[in-house]
Design a protein around this ligand. Sequence first.
Ligand SMILES: [Zn+2]
Length: 293
Amino acid sequence: MPELPEVETVRLGLQPVMEGARFKKVEARRPDLRWPLPKDFVKRLQGETVTGLGRRAKYLLADLTSGDVLIMHLGMSGSFRVLDNGSEATPGRYHHERSQQLAHDHVVFHMSSGALVTFNDPRRFGFMKLVPRRTLDAEPLLRALGPEPLGNAFDAALLATACKGKKTSLKAALSDQRVVAGLGNIYVCEALNRARLSPKRMASTLATKAGAPHERAERLVEAIKAVLNDAIKAGGSSLRDHRQTSGELGLFQHHFRVYDREGKPCPTPGCTGTVKRIVQTGRSTFFCPVCQK
Ligand SMILES: [Zn+2]
């Protein structure tokens, strides 16, 4: 499942060929992904120009001259390929294996920039949807999302308020998209290790009794932003690696401090702990029981 930094690196890779460019031709090779493609999908895109390519949580949002927004989601196994000036690139960083099978090329955008942008998704959990920009705030997919973790609004006070009185674990609270949008299993584990906070700690302890942010909330917000920015930076540097054709699975995993590193030494300087794996709400949590309190 792609996480926020992956989606952001995909956005950064698509932006140069899509932003300011017109959909010259759109091929929808099958009528459905996770859901059926919108009615008149091809007609509503062709001839329109992308005025901006943004992101909300793990959704890519392409604003069109028509006033529509094209919402794109990678699902479990989706990826984009860009063929531009004879060179092919797969922008972004993917932890999952990327399919090379052309049979899974479901949507193809022929952009006026000359680039061919292809969406490939073997498992078809990804989707594309068109909604008018003026109704975007009411869009069910986006409506309930909490603040963007990299946005300015997301700070210790906001996180403390969201977690005040919450009798769930920090792991569960941070995985809740209403508390903070777009954080998945990997980066929740990574941020908690950086902040030296136990994933089992009660979320309510991020706030003081009076509801003010505890110092722990400051540390955690800083760690969340840092871990996401580092991951985006690491993925961003791979954008130049246009020749990469195999899935990049494993390539970036050595950047993880605790995720998928059960039994390995904790990377916190001076800590002699060993990374442990537990299961919380059905998902693996990796953490160091020594320095994460
Ligand atoms: Zn440790």
